[in-house]
Each structure stands twice: as structure tokens, then as C-alpha cells.
Ligand binder design. Structure first.
Ligand SMILES: Nc1nc2c(ncn2[C@@H]2O[C@H](COP(=O)(O)OP(=O)(O)OP(=O)(O)O)[C@@H](O)[C@H]2O)c(=O)[nH]1
Length: 212
């Protein structure tokens, strides 16, 4: 009998559930990225008040992950409230607008705030430069984003929610890294006390940059 689309494979466990927060200044496109990813839609959205919530199951080969996506308000007046949403986050998309140097500077502050609320390396963070469709107004060079991400050992990608450029790739790359860490945690300890990466340890080697 044909299996319903999206039904779990026999023997596969329930999907891992991960909390992912979208962080960044007002108007950088956090809600638009979430809307594009979850509903494949782009439309004018009012500024977020507090937080919006979406879920999406990502199929990655034999494994699947359920992302609980928390879209936080970027406007300064909501800043203090946003800290509440950081708690228990497994991943963060740290979004800036490539046409706004200020939003890039603020992303660095958001990272510092996130680090205050979590142990080092505990959260998978991807730096996202959004609005690549506005290339002519670009204020933040691709290299600047890449270099900052590398220096902080973050994943990195440039996207356009409007043009649907690399949005799914960004969320999928984060989900893949979350699953990789979860599977690593589930592995039995290696014999003879061999070295194994701690769950909260970033993988060795340079940060994986996915920018185009
Ligand atoms: N050109 C272009 N505009 C975008 C893109 N993503 C978002 N926008 C526009 O940027 C504006 C802000 O988008 P939002 O998604 O509301 O931004 P936000 O970061 O969620 O804003 P807050 O809710 O205030 O934190 C809207 O006018 C969007 O249509 C993009 O990739 N390209």
C-alpha cells in the first residue's frame, strides 16, 4: 500500500524537536524569512509584536527534525522582552539586512546577548545576510559577513526572502547541524575513552560558510 506523503518511515523514531529563534534588528526580514520558509509566501508584513510562532518538519534523508520557529520582534522597544525567547533555544538565525551596516553592527550585539543567555557553543547560530535582491544598495560586503561568521564560528548564508534565494537552504543547514549534534549525543561512548566532540562543542575546522 502506498505510504502517505510525509508519513514517518517504518522504524524511524519521532522527529527530533528543536527550538529555533530568529533574531535581529527591526525590518531586516525575520518574519519574511519565516513566512517564505514555512508558507512559501512573501507579502507585506506588519512589524512583529512580541513573538510569532511557526513549526515545520524538515526531512533530511532518513532523519527528520521538527523546527519550532520563534520569530522575535526586532524593534528596540521590545528588546527586553526578547530575552525571554532565547531560553532553551537550540538554534538561532541571526539576521541582518545587507543594505544596512547598522543592522550588521546590531547583529553582533544580538550575538553577545544570546551568548549571555547560553553556554558557549550550546546554540547552533547561523548569521544570515538578507535582501540580496537589493544588491545595488548593498552596504555590507559578502566578505564582511563571512569573516565575522568565521571569527565567531557561526554558519553563514546570504538570502532573499523576496526572491526566495537560499531561504530553505539556510534553515536546512541549521537543521542538519542540529541533527548531527543530536545523533552524536546519542552515540555510545567510544571505547578506550577515545576523543569525541562534546555536544556543545563546535566542529573542528573552519566555520562552514554557505554563502553564494
Ligand atoms: N527587497 C526585500 N525586502 C524584504 C526582504 N525581506 C523582507 N523584506 C521587506 O522588509 C520589510 C521588513 O520585513 P519583516 O519581515 O517584517 O522584518 P522583521 O525583521 O520581521 O521586522 P520586525 O518584525 O520589526 O522585527 C518588509 O517591508 C518586507 O517586505 C527581502 O529579502 N528583500
Amino acid at each position: 500500500m502506498a505510504q502517505a506523503a510525509g508519513a514517518p518511515q517504518p522504524g524511524a523514531g519521532p522527529p527530533h524537536v528543536f527550538k529555533l529563534v530568529l533574531l535581529g534588528s527591526g525590518s531586516v526580514g525575520k518574519s519574511s524569512l519565516a513566512m517564505r520558509y514555512v508558507k512559501d509566501d512573501f507579502r507585506s508584513i506588519l512589524p512583529t509584536v512580541g513573538c510569532a510562532f511557526f513549526t515545520k518538519v524538515v526531512e533530511l534523508g532518513a532523519a527528520s527534525a521538527k523546527l519550532e520557529i520563534w520569530d522575535t520582534a526586532g524593534q528596540e522597544k521590545y528588546h527586553s522582552v526578547c530575552h525571554l525567547y532565547f531560553r532553551g533555544a537550540n538554534a538561532a538565525l541571526l539576521v541582518y539586512d545587507i543594505t544596512s551596516k547598522e543592522s550588521f553592527r546590531k547583529a553582533q550585539q544580538w550575538l553577545a546577548d544570546l551568548e549571555k543567555e547560553s553556554s558557549p557553543g550550546e546554540v547552533v547560530v547561523m548569521l544570515v545576510g538578507n535582501k540580496t535582491d537589493l544588491g545595488e544598495e548593498r552596504e555590507v560586503a559578502l566578505e564582511e559577513g563571512k569573516e565575522f561568521a568565521q571569527s565567531q564560528r557561526l554558519l553563514f548564508m546570504e538570502t532573499s526572502a523576496r526572491a526566495n534565494h537560499r531561504v530553505t537552504e539556510a534553515f536546512s543547514a541549521v537543521a542538519r547541524e542540529l541533527l548531527r549534534r543530536a545523533e552524536e549525543k546519542e552515540q555510545p561512548p567510544t571505547p578506550r575513552g577515545g576523543a569525541r566532540l562534546a555536544l556543545n562543542q563546535a566542529p573542528a575546522g573552519p566555520a562552514r560558510c554557505c554563502a553564494r
